[in-house]
Each structure stands twice: as C-alpha cells, then as structure tokens.
Unconditional design. Sequence first.
Length: 559
Amino acid sequence: MTKHKEALTKQVYQLASELYAYGIHEVVISPGSRSTPLAIAFAAHPDIKIWVHPDERSAAFFALGLMKGSERPVAILCTSGTAAANYTPAIAESQISRLPLVVLTSDRPHELRGIGAPQAINQGRMFENYVHYQFDFPIADGHYPEAMAQTIQFQLQKASQHLYGPHRGPIHFNLPFREPLTPDLSNLDLLTSETYAIPHYQKTASMDHIQSSLDKDKGLIVVGDMQHQDVSQILKFATIHDLPILADPLSQLRQSQHPNVITTYDLLFRAGLQVEPDFIIRVGKPVVSKVINQWLGRTEAYQILVQNNDQPDAYPVAPHISYEMSANDFFRQIMELEPTKRHNWLSHWQSLEKRARVELQDYIEHASDESAYVARLLEKLTAEDTLFVSNSMPIRDVDNLATDCAAMIYANRGANGIDGVVSTALGMAVHRKTTLLIGDLAFYHDMNGLLMAKMHDIHLNIVILNNDGGGIFSYLPQKQSASDYFEQLFGTPTGLDFEHTALLYNFTFERYDDLQSFKEMQLSEFGGHIYEVMTERDDNHQQHQNLYQKLSDMIDVEL
C-alpha cells in the first residue's frame, strides 16, 4: 500500500468514526468522484445509515427532514465545485432553525485551486454567512500522520458544541483529496462505533426581574416554534399563575387541549382585537402569525424572551430581558414564585377563544375554499400522524384552523422559504408517519425531491393545494395597487398537471374539485400518494375576508 493511500484511509476512516461518536448516525451522500474516499468510509461503517441522493439541493433538505424526525445531527456529503453551492438554501434554513447540519464538501487539492482546474471553486469559506463553525482540512499526504489524527479530534471537539444544546447550528468541513481516491478496503477495522457523552447546557433565571413582572395583573405567554423541545412545564406554570398561552401551531402545545391554550389569536387580532397586557413571556422562535408579530413590535408590555440558544431571536422587537435556557428549565425554576390570581383576565381570553371557535366551525361548515379542505385534512389526522406544512398560505391556514388537531405539526420556519419542502418532508417520513400539506408552487419547486421516495420506498401522503400560482400574494396591497402586472409578476400561473409527476415517481394520484369527495376520502396508510385539491385564488381571498368580518362583529359584541 502506498504512503498516500495509507494516509487517506486513516484520515477518512477516523473522521467517519469521530462523526459517529458525536451522534451523526445518518449521512446523505450525493454521488461524485472527489467525495469517493469519505463516501466509501461512511458506506463501510457498520452503524452509519447512508442515503444516496443525486440532487445536492434536495439532498440537503432531505437531511433537514431526517434531523426533524430523528432529533439527531445529520451529515451531508458532496463532490467538489458547484455541487457544494447547491447546499446553500438548506444551510441557511438550518442556521436560522438551529439544526445541527454537518456539511462535508470534498475539494480539489490546494495546488489545483485558482488556476482554472475543472470543478475547482473557492470552497474554504463558502458558507461563512450561515455556518456556526468551519474548517478547511489539510490534505492527507502521510508526512505528519499524528498531526492529521490530532487535527480531526480537535476540530470535531470544537465543532461539537454546535451539535447539541443552545449553540446548535450548521458546521462546515471542507476536505481536499488528492488522487487516487479509493481508500484501503482491507482496513475496515479502523472504523469504530464508540460514542461520546452529549454536553448539557443550562443557565439560571433571575428571580427578581420575573417576580416584579408576575406581580402585575395582565400577562401572556406567547409560544412559537418549539419543535423537538419538552414544553410540559409551560402548561403547569400557566395553570398556577392563571396565564393565557398564545400557542403557535409549531409550539407542540395545541395538542394538549389545555384550557389556558389560545389557538384563535391570529383570527382575533385580524378581526380587530385590542389588548394591552402588563408583561409577555415569549418562548421559542417567533410565531407564524404576522399580526401577532406586528402587535408584539408596538405593545408597551414588558417582554421576557426564553430561548435555548446563545443568540436569541430578537424579532419582532428586542425583549427587555432574555434567558438562554430551555423552556422547561426556566419555568421549573420560577414555578414557586408567588402567583397573582388573574381569573377574570384568563376567563376573558377563554371566552374569546370559545366564541371564536364557534364562528370558525360555522365558517368551516359552509366554506368551500382552501381553508375548508385544510380543516377536513386536519380532522383526518390522529396522534400517530405528523403533519409537515409548507410555507406561504398552508402554514397560515393551519395556524388558524389547527384548534383540535391531534397530530404533531412541523415546518421549515427558519428562513421561511418554499424551497426543499418536499425533500424535508420525505426525510421526516423516514422516521415518522408523515403527511405533507403544500401549495402548487412550492411542490413544483422541489418535485425532483420525490426521487428519494421512489428509490427508498418512503411512505408519504402529499396534499397539494393547487390554485395555479402564488395564492398568498392575493393578500398583499399589490393585488390592487399593481393589478395590471399582478398575474405576470405575482400570480405566476403555471398550468402544470401534477398527475404526470405522480406517474414519474410512482405515486398514486387523486384530484379533487369538490369538498364532499375530499371529506369522504381516507388517507393512504402505505406507499406514496398525491391528493391534488383544485381551488381558486380570488375565491380563497374573499372567503377569508368574510371570516375576519364575522369575528370582528363578534369582538364588538364581546367587548
């Protein structure tokens, strides 16, 4: 065995073993020549599951889904050149969502950089705006084997703080490889399955600040995206202190059916609800609701932010004080503070919630727009189901309608993009029984992601809300102010027939243009199935406005 091959083999086998030791048990690989050494190392490792996806952009979003489903860090690997650049959207999403994506880009050796060699671009710091840690590895040339081993250990140790706890986020390792690229397959005993302890992070809440807030009469808890976090102590604290909880659909609190949980707040504020609390405890990431974020930005209430990360999300407004700790740790620490009874305040919110639900149910019974289909879909889901929701209108309809849904709800609400949604849902479907709710443009944007379902027999139900374009833009001022250009620039109808997509990727297909047939439909328990719902954008907009007006009339009576 040559010196080069020996050094290459030790490098990639040790790196694969170290990544496994830190909890990376799944790797999504996009085929390519330059990534051969590490791809073989992962494939040969006895305890690492590999997924092969030929589209790097979709592969990276598939990895996000694997992380959401398994709650473990996941690695992605590609060859050199522009292949790596296709990872950028998913890395940006993982940064804002604080998902521990391990990005491994193979590279040409240093002597081929900057001289016009094929597939050689500047990869060393190509994701520096989005990753929490990055390192451009030296090449394994065999001259200093101990130094390479120490480098791998040291870099993984430094980067591991971003795999768990409040510092979670994407990391990037760029790995140059010199030809020949095949490691020694007779030395597989170098691949190990040792595991390391996962670090735990915690800080202490300041009792003085919180007690002074809790002495006030009117308080709210606003809970945003809390995917993969235990939220049980929030409910216990709210019960003791008579505090309403405005619970985002991604908070994982709505499924509790707790009497303090308010689900119709977006509709109430859209309908004109005016309220000025004394203090607000914001928990988790910002909520989906635009009107709530606007209200948080202008209220004079004292705001406390609780997030389990070291770079808190100040949006929509900087809090008066923030705590870097898990929600359960925070509320457990302040549980015994002297409670202020707020029965009338809480009862007022519960009354609004009850009345709004009655109006909402009446609306659903008579509506025929997209929200009526979304409501019927939510009714079909059980506690055994996971609903993955695309951005734009689907997540907003779910925000308004998921009052009694038993399923856990997930979405890519980091960068809030529509790219990679299909791939993320497929990754989640590997670990959980998943249904995807998505619009036609978002579905088109990631149709190629369906290849993973075909290649690996991944079961996924997909409900497409097809209004032939960008339905959410109908709610913007441009609809009236730039009506002559609206369809061309915003509506963007495509006229695509998604039945052909289903045939291409071995999905079964059903199309619905009447609500009654959809109500009677049962979601498939096995395989891949596409349910296309045909709707009309202007009608969707008008029926939503009718609902807001009904709630506005109700609030006038209530207040």
